[in-house]
Design a protein around this ligand. Structure first.
Ligand code: FAD
Length: 604
């Protein structure tokens, strides 16, 4: 079969922050770049990011530095992060943010004209550069404006279905146009995966339709290792009402601006349980918490701004113990600040414009006057493709990964704002090293039988005739399964049950059929996404079974404590030669003394 073929030195899959930043950097190195994305350019999930990008610019609090940011990130990730990535991220993110500003990003300003920074959970000082609560939009707009002038070829509404390899090295990809259904091949010396997250494996999620873990699954099937897949971030504050908007994010910026969490008794329950390692940094009374949100350098952060894993679990506790809101969540209240500040309503509308409109339009709630009803929502996957910390190359030569689809920087829990900075820092690095790889390695031939196999697999749902399954029904069953059995609170028996049911769903997915033509066929897209979601869900479940302790986003009711045995390892999943998924523990390399010292200094 002869397919239309494009040739590039570096091919980037994904046009979110990581993909765009990688493409810009690779093009600066003078190589030929192709950029592929499932949706239209400008519509990648990054555009939804709200609260800000974390970087120790020290504009609002001059005590901040890369060292404090590094220590905060490691503490937030409960020390199973790739410490070198956490170091690079903390050191380089200020330059990446300033560069974005030089490229035209219009951040909110301090009174003296510097980039304004706001408070966010787990960050010791105000650190998130932001544009109201629409930071992702500005980030994408700026990168896109900058990128389009650099001669990057963009292929929109195109889904990659397989990575092609020759002699163990990546040789290109195959995929199809989502509108016309035509298959194409892209040959490349280096491929950068920047495909984002996998939240669509769960029923309640803040993720866009694109978050089906494609990059994770593509890399896995190409022989790359996945790491930390058990660590899923359940963001504490998603909308829970009405049902049609369940899961949509309510930015942590609400709490950063002074929003408080209340149970059905009207009590501020977050003061009830403050983890020991955060106690010295956390306010022990409401007045101190309020002063912190208003920039008092002598005050400590309110407990609502503890890390997301902890806040989500506290909310679940209130609900389970019968103190939840009528629809099974708790209340998030920003309107109370009118007791503390004149003109509070206008202030809320100015600082949180999207949240104001989101609740007004979708739930008929005026957040300047009444509390919001919220509950945890699947938000982010800390796990992803295992990469080299400096170059972002995976264990497959020529295959790079950056952004949410890569693992390492966040450990067991990501701090808010650290994703946008991750995209910039490691997107740049992936682009730089992919270009270098492309210059050093000749193009390799693509094996036509591999292409044929990928196309046959992709069109298979059209061929199935009898005893078939509806892909939507299988996808819904999968999302329910992951939500119920591998969710915020996990146990061995439920996860073993989930593994068994995943096997059944895999068989059902193999019978998923679609009718009609390949043009504009959403049922077909769903059948293809489903394969990725199943791979990712199996990796999450197997890794979560293997980690017999609780850490960060991974909470085991049967092993509620952190265990030393797991403090020094990451869990890796890889495809075995017989096609089954293997799980192994990989030791974390020892941290250099100077980084250890930074962490110790920050604990004081
Ligand atoms: C509502 C919301 C608010 C958030 N707010 C913040 C915040 O304030 N600060 C912060 O740091 N983080 C925030 N996050 C997290 C952050 O936005 C994401 O982690 C980040 O944007 C992911 O960026 P990315 O470049 O890795 O991927 P994405 O932006 O998800 O882009 C993925 C790209 O890959 C493409 N793609 C995927 N699969 C394929 C395929 N098979 N073939 C071709 N193309 C493919 C997609 O089309 C898309 O272009 C937020 C997340 C949500 C949901």
């Amino acid at each position: 079969m002869e397919l239309e073929t494009h040739e590039y030195d570096v091919l980037v899959i994904g046009a979110g922050g990581a993909g765009l930043r990688a493409a810009i950097e690779a093009s600066a190195a003078g190589v030929k770049i192709g950029l592929i994305c499932k949706s239209l350019l400008g519509k990648a999930h990054t555009v939804m990011a709200e609260g800000g990008v974390a970087a120790a610019l020290a504009n609002v609090d001059d005590r901040d530095s890369w060292k404090v940011h590094f220590a905060d990130t490691m503490r937030g990730g409960q020390y199973v992060n790739n410490w070198r990535m956490a170091e690079l991220h903390a050191r380089e993110s200020p330059d990446r943010v300033r560069e974005l500003e030089a490229w035209g990003a219009v951040f909110d300003r301090t009174a003296d004209g510097k980039i304004l920074q706001r408070n966010f959970g787990g960050h010791r000082y105000p650190r998130l550069a932001h544009v109201g609560d629409r930071t992702g939009l500005e980030l994408i707009r700026t990168l896109q404006d900058h990128g389009v002038h650099r001669g990057i070829d963009v292929h929109m509404e195109f889904t990659v279905v397989a990575l092609l390899k020759t002699d163990g090295r990546v040789a290109g990809v195959v995929g199809y146009e989502r509108d016309r259904g035509r298959f194409k091949v892209f040959a490349a010396r280096a491929v950068v995966l920047a495909t984002g997250g996998a939240g669509r494996a769960y029923k309640i999620t803040s993720n866009s339709w694109e978050g089906t873990g494609d990059g994770h699954a593509l890399a896995y099937h190409a022989g790359a290792e996945l790491m930390d897949m058990e660590f899923i971030q359940f963001h504490p504050t998603g909308m829970i009402w009405p049902p049609s908007v369940q899961g949509i994010l309510v930015t942590e910026g609400v709490r950063g601006e002074g929003g408080i969490l209340l149970n059905s008794e009207g009590r501020r329950f977050m003061f009830d349980s403050i983890p020991e390692n955060y106690r010295h940094q956390t306010a022990d009374n409401e007045d101190e918490g309020w002063r912190y949100t208003q920039g008092d350098k002598n005050a400590r952060r309110p407990p609502e701004l503890l890390t997301r894993d902890h806040v989500a679990r506290c909310i679940m506790r209130e609900v389970r113990e019968g103190r939840g809101s009528p629809r099974g969540g708790v209340f998030l209240d920003i309107s109370w600040i009118k007791k503390r500040m004149p003109d509070a309503e206008a202030h809320i509308r100015r600082k949180l414009p999207s949240m104001y409109h989101q609740f007004k339009e979708l739930a008929d709630i005026d957040i300047t006057r009444e509390p919001m009803e919220i509950g945890p929502t699947t938000h982010y996957i800390m796990g992803g493709v295992r990469v080299d910390s400096d170059s972002q190359m995976s264990t497959v030569p020529g295959l790079f990964a950056a952004g949410e689809c890569a693992a390492g920087i966040n450990g067991a829990n990501r701090l808010g704002g650290n994703s946008l900075s991750d995209l910039l820092v490691f997107g740049k690095r992936a682009g730089e090293y992919a270009a270098q790889f492309a210059k050093q390695n000749a193009r390799i031939a693509i094996d036509p039988t591999e292409v044929q196999r990928a196309v046959d697999d992709a069109v298979n749902p059209f061929e199935r005739q009898s005893g078939t399954e509806n892909p939507y029904a299988v996808q819904t069953a999968l999302q329910e399964l992951m939500q119920n059995l591998v969710g915020i609170v996990r146990t061995e028996s439920e996860m073993q049950q989930a593994l068994g049911e995943l096997g059944t769903l895999t068989s059902r997915a193999a019978r998923a059929s679609v009718t009609g033509h390949r043009e504009y066929n959403p049922g077909w897209h769903t059948a293809i996404d489903l394969q990725n979601l199943l791979t990712v869900s199996e990796a999450i479940t197997r890794s979560a079974i293997e980690r017999k302790e609780s850490r960060g986003g991974h909470f085991r009711e049967d092993f509620p404590d952190k265990l030393q045995e797991f403090a020094t390892i990451n869990i890796v999943t890889v495809k075995s030669p017989d096609g089954t998924m293997a799980v192994r523990r990989v030791p974390i390399p020892p941290m250099p003394p100077e980084l250890k010292q930074i962490i110790e200094d920050q604990q004081k």
